[in-house]
Design a protein around this ligand. Sequence first.
Ligand code: URA
Length: 234
Amino acid sequence: MRLDKFISSCTGLTRSQATKVIRQGRVGVNGEPCKQGATQLKADATITLDDEPLALTGPRYLVLHKPAGYVCSSDDPEHPTVMMLLDEPALESLNPVGRLDLDTTGLLLITDDGQWLHRITSPKHHVAKTYRVWLADPIPADAAVQFAEGVLLRGEKDLTLPAELEVIAEREALLTIHEGRYHQVKRMFAAVGNKVVRLHREKIGDFQLPEDLAEGEYRLLTEQEKYQLQTVQK
Ligand code: URA
């Protein structure tokens, strides 16, 4: 990763403040002063600020706008992974918070805080996830009632938990679910005789995918956003 990015990740300085301390000659790379913020760091580089060694401290919480074509895992033999979109130190300690399908786009959280990850993904907590869904066929008139009552997914014994469907157009809707079964949204629409042609996650609890985050971009969560997700809505 870049030196300026590393300095801001470790110190909490903004990118421009980090650039300033680098230009001031206060940063060392492997014992030598380095004034180029764009310097690419090797994984084993030793970085100092005012002669004090720097290391990452505290857990990290990221929000990524996942593009289609990326797998939510750290390793995949066939497809690029969402981790490849991150320019972060100690990448191996970061994990996606839950999974989105290869072709699903939208809100993906990533963290190295296992407890926080568990709080959001645990089936016990029933955290709400809202998806924008585009469908092959018109949405059946009774779909909202069926989803509110629960539907039986192919190969399963238990009805889905009550879910809220807001119809936006003939073939477009927002669906909020409170569990995370395998391919759940696609299988729920299959259960009412329809087919999902595009799927985009917009929200987890009340936390919305930031509008200024283009596909493939990510940023750190703010303190307020972290708090919002800690007290996530069911
Ligand atoms: N439901 C699905 O079917 N796919 C996703 O990626 C997320 C929820």
